[in-house]
Ligand binder design. Structure first.
Ligand SMILES: C[S@@+](CC[C@H](N)C(=O)[O-])C[C@H]1O[C@@H](n2cnc3c(N)ncnc32)[C@H](O)[C@@H]1O
Length: 329
């Protein structure tokens, strides 16, 4: 008799602990140390960082169980899955530090009677930190290729999260000003602090507000570049999205480009083969009651709006991610 299901089920169970250990290892700096130095002494690392030694060893044991690290005596070394796991680290952070309450409370969240008001909690500061790294590794190379030839004197970023995209744009265009809008106080806090540390507060304004309703605000005057990343899916279904696109168009009479980057709902080839992040993203949004459009549905919405898509820039991870390069009619 095969014991494969027994082993598979143990691996499924262990991967939950390993996911938590990935998020923990990144936050305490151990993943970065392992990535750069390719080894780490558990005792010395724990002592230097004021960590409990046995808990630190346990964290690496969890990572060993899925071959992200290996332990030799007191030393931790990268194992076969380390480099890929390191690239994917913000997705673990998004899941474990940003969204775990949503998944832990699945039974409550499923019950119709409980799906009222603020029926789930997520950590917006942790999500902002995760998205900053998702951008750095996966979106930025494609984003900066899309920015080739685009000029900017004033930029507005909707759902600005950590504010990192705005900071990068202001570094590229030293005369430019920027404004970031986000609904979450945690994200605005992370962005404001990042702007202060970068010495950009005189060029950058953050507004806490709902990006679905961009008013005619004085801060938006003269904006020639609008960006919006990893948030457009919050504004569906279709008619809501089209209306949002129209309101954005009206709020920015001087806009020349709108770069809209988002991850769409995949159409999976198989029920067992999801790439990293996709399953968490899609199950999470179903639990939150947020409709996720497919890329085809995005095309329909854009076709009904007063924006013309002049180019589609494909991001390979997360799956089905595109940066639409839009111009006003
Ligand atoms: C997945 S994060 C992406 C953050 C950032 N755009 C980036 O690329 O790193 C989505 C952001 O959109 C914000 N958001 C969601 N709904 C919003 C709304 N209605 N108005 C403004 N911001 C919103 C969230 O608070 C969060 O910071």
């Amino acid at each position: 008799m095969s014991n494969a299901p027994t082993r598979d089920v143990a691996r499924i169970y262990n991967s939950y602990i390993a996911s938590a250990a990935m998020a923990g290892a990144w936050e305490i700096g151990a993943l970065d140390t392992l990535a750069s130095e390719r080894r780490l002494s558990i005792t010395a690392y724990a002592q230097t960082h004021d960590l409990d030694v046995e808990s630190t060893r346990a964290l690496f044991t969890a990572l060993c169980s899925v071959q992200i690290t290996e332990i030799q005596g007191d030393e931790v070394l990268p194992s076969v899955n380390f480099d890929e796991a390191f690239r994917a680290k913000p997705f673990f952070h998004w899941l474990v530090r940003g969204s775990s309450d949503l998944f832990t409370r699945m039974p409550e969240v499923l019950r119709k009677g409980e799906r009222v008001g603020d029926f789930y909690q997520r950590d917006s500061a942790a999500i902002a930190v995760a998205c900053r790294d998702i951008n750095a590794t996966f979106f930025d190379p494609v984003f900066w290729a899309a920015m080739e030839g685009i000029e900017c004197t004033k930029v507005a970023d909707f759902g600005c999260g950590s504010g990192e995209r705005l900071l990068q744009i202001l570094r590229r265009f030293p005369e430019a000003q920027g404004v970031g809008v986000d609904i979450a106080a945690g994200a605005i806090g992370v962005a404001t602090e990042a702007s202060r540390l970068a010495g950009m507060t005189h060029r950058l304004t953050f507004l806490q507000g709902d990006a679905r309703y961009p008013d005619d605000r004085p801060e938006f005057r003269g904006v020639d570049l609008v960006t919006c990343f990893m948030m457009g899916h919050d504004f569906w279904p279709l008619e809501d999205c089209v209306q949002w696109l129209e309101r954005l168009r009206a709020a920015f009479p001087d806009v020349k480009k709108f770069l809209l980057g988002d991850t769409a709902r995949t159409v999976p080839a198989s029920a067992t083969d999801f790439p990293v992040f996709t399953l968490g993203f899609e199950v999470g949004h179903a639990l939150m009651g947020t409709y996720l459009p497919t890329l085809e549905e995005w095309e329909t919405a854009l076709g009904k709006s007063s924006w013309t898509c002049v180019q589609r820039h494909v991001v390979t991870t997360p799956a089905d991610t595109v940066i639409f390069e839009l111009e006003p009619w």
